[in-house]
Design a protein around this ligand. Structure first.
Ligand code: 13P
Length: 257
């Protein structure tokens, strides 16, 4: 059985005061959750990580960053390393989000470098994959995903892969209100799991968690989670409000696989 994982990607929202308020509220509302079966992760902006870490320290909610650089330190103005994220209290890091690929020229190659650095420093990587609208319309979804997996996971062995979380986020469904239908999500999740099986074998493929991301809301989480290969969600907009994120987490935790 795979443990459900729900992560909130706050993107470039919430100043420090707002981040403190949101994380305090989530901690208060979620304290009764069965964390044995559901993992919850908050990914605030860099500037709020240390404060949110303090709030979450006495809770079962995890903390993640939205990006990192692969070197440990050096003259890399504006970048933040895995070591710095650990120091700020993170246990997770999102890697290769489509907004980073789209606006900041990240590629499968940089994803691979970041992934290795995250694993080296024992951060749990949430590696994002997904096709854009044009690619979907040209029936290139599986080819794009295949490249992202093959190139993104170069030199990652089976032991390391056990620690990786994958997030399938169709770019055309992010922030657009267009969710992939549960059937569309399941189809790609299964494709991802089958691809992992070819590289790492069935046991490992069955143990890797694959989150869905893209306009996840309290109204659609149950049907997405009902799909056999959907193991959780990477939530953007709906993670910015206590009510909607709590509803998503609570509903997900009721789905047993
Ligand atoms: P939305 O939930 O706002 O569509 O964002 C999804 C996402 O990109 C999460 O990483």
């Amino acid at each position: 059985m795979r443990k459900t994982i729900i992560a909130g990607n706050w993107k470039m929202y919430k100043n420090i005061t707002e981040a403190i308020e949101l994380s305090n509220g989530l901690k208060r509302e979620l304290f009764k959750l069965d964390f044995e079966s559901t993992e919850v992760v908050l990914c605030p902006p860099f500037t709020a990580l240390a404060e949110v870490a303090e709030i979450l320290s006495e809770s079962d909610i995890g903390l993640g960053a939205q990006n990192m650089y692969w070197q440990d330190e050096g003259a890399f103005t504006g970048e933040v390393s895995a070591l710095m994220l650990k120091d700020a209290g993170c246990q997770y890091v999102i890697i290769g989000h489509s907004e980073r690929r789209q606006f900041f020229a990240e590629s499968n190659e940089t994803v691979n470098k970041k992934l290795k650095a995250a694993l080296k420093h024992e951060l749990t990587p949430i590696v994002c994959l997904g096709e854009n609208l044009q690619e979907r319309e040209l029936n290139k979804t599986f080819t794009v995903i295949q490249d992202q997996i093959k190139q993104g996971l170069i030199d990652i062995d089976a032991e390391q892969m056990q620690k990786v979380v994958i997030a399938y986020e169709p770019v055309w469904a992010i922030g657009t209100g267009k969710t992939a239908t549960p059937k569309q999500a399941q189809e790609v999740h299964k494709y991802i799991r089958d691809s992992l099986k070819k590289i790492y074998g069935d046991d490992l493929a069955q143990s890797v968690r694959i989150q869905y991301g893209g306009s996840v809301k309290p109204e659609n989480i149950l049907e997405l989670m009902a799909q056999p290969d959907v193991d959780g969600a990477l939530v953007g907009g709906a993670s910015l409000k206590i009510d909607s994120f709590v509803a998503i987490v609570t509903k997900s935790s009721e789905v047993r696989k």
